[in-house]
Design a protein around this ligand. Sequence first.
Ligand SMILES: Cc1cc2nc3c(=O)[nH]c(=O)nc-3n(C[C@H](O)[C@H](O)[C@H](O)COP(=O)(O)OP(=O)(O)OC[C@H]3O[C@@H](n4cnc5c(N)ncnc54)[C@H](O)[C@@H]3O)c2cc1C
Length: 390
Amino acid sequence: MDLKPTPSQAAFREEVRAFIRDRLPEDIRNRLRRGHPPRKEDTVAWHRILNERGWVAPHWPTEYSGAGLGIEERLILLDEMARAAAPMPLGFNIAMLGPVLLRYGTEEQKRFFLPKLANLDLWFCQGFSEPNAGSDLASLRTRAVRDGDHYVVDGQKIWTTSAHHADWIFALVRTEQSARKQDGISFLLIDMKSPGVSIRPIVSIDAQHHLNEVFFDQVRVPVTQLVGEEGRGWDCAKFLLSSERATIANVGLCWERLDYARELAANIYNGAARLLDDPKLQMELAALGAEIRALELTNWRFLLNPDIARGTPGFASVLKLKGSELIQELSALLARLSGLGGLERRPAEGDASLHPYAATASRYFFHRATTIFGGSSEVQKDILAKTLLG
Ligand SMILES: Cc1cc2nc3c(=O)[nH]c(=O)nc-3n(C[C@H](O)[C@H](O)[C@H](O)COP(=O)(O)OP(=O)(O)OC[C@H]3O[C@@H](n4cnc5c(N)ncnc54)[C@H](O)[C@@H]3O)c2cc1C
C-alpha cells in the first residue's frame, strides 16, 4: 500500500496549514503550546472558526454541517491542528455523538442536534462510567423506567469529563434487567439543566478540575431523547467506540510535544553548552521520533485500508496502547527537562501561564490517565491476547 500523499492530499495539507496560521488566535496557540489544556472559551472559539469553514466535522455529510470529506482529509486536519497546538474539536460532540446520531438517530434528532454539535451551541459530555462499571461497562446500574412519554432516570455516573461545562450528557442507562448484561441498556440524551441532575467536582492529581460525578435523582427525560431502539444502547456504545478510532493514536500531539521538547532543550544551558546538543538527549529525541513515525504509519495503514483493519482484529488496541504510552514518555521527558523549575510557583509579574515550564508538571500527572481512559492498557492487552494469540 502506497502511503505517499497524493498531490491533492499534499495541497489540502498546505491549505489547512495556511488556514490555521491565519485564523488560530495567537493567545490560544501560546497557552496550548506550553502544554495547558484548552479553556472552554478556547475550544468554543476555535470550533466556530472551523465550523465556518466546514472543517469541524469534515467526515459528516454536508446536509448535517459536515464537509463530506474522506478519512484522509480528516486525518490531515486533525494532524495539522495538533501539530499547531490548536484545540481539538470537542470529541464528545464530533467524534462520538455525531456519528452515533448519523447512524441511529431519527431525522428529527439529526436536524436538531447535529448543527448545534458542530457549532458547539450545545456542549455534550459522556455519561458511561459508573463507580462499579468502568472496564466492565455493561455492569452499569443507572436505571431509566418508562412513565408515559418520559423515562425517569436514577443513578450515578463518575469520571465525567467536563460535565461542569456541558449543556447535555449522552448516557447509557439500564431500561431492562436481562440475562445478558449488554442487553437492556439504552442510549439517552439528557439536558443537564433537567431538575434532579447534580454534579460534584473531582480534582485530579494534576490539581485541575476536568472530572466530575454526575447524579440523577428522578430525572424526567422525554422518550424522544432515546437514540436507537430501547434496550439496544450497547450497539450505539460499540459503534461510538469504533468511530473514535481516527483520533485514538494522538500522533499529531506526539509530534507537537516532541517539537516542544526540542524547543525547551534549545533554551537550556549547562555552562555554555546547549542541552539540545547533548548526544544522549539527541539519541533519546531521535528514538522517540522513530517511534512516533512508526505509530503514524501504522495509523495510516489501518485507517486508510479497512481490509487491513478488518483482517487485523485488535488493531485499535495497538493504536491506543502505543499512542498512550508515547504521550506519557513525552510528558515525562518534558517534566524532566523542566527539572525543579517545573514545580516552582511562577512569579506574579507577567502572565505566569506563559512560562515555558508552567504546565509541564501538571501535564505529566494528567497524562498518567491516558493508559486508563478510553479502555485501560491492561484491557487492551487482554484484547490483543485474545484476538492475536487466540
Ligand atoms: C482522566 C479520565 C477521564 C475520563 N473521562 C470519562 C468520561 O468523560 N466519561 C466516562 O464515561 N468515563 C470517563 N472516564 C472513565 C474511564 O473510562 C474509566 O476510568 C476506565 O474505563 C477504567 O474503569 P475504572 O476506572 O472503573 O477502573 P476498573 O475497570 O475498576 O479497573 C481497575 C484496574 O483493573 C484493571 N482491569 C480491569 N479489568 C481488567 C481485565 N479484564 N483484565 C485485566 N485488568 C483489568 C484496569 O486496567 C485497572 O488497572 C475517564 C477516566 C479518566 C481517568
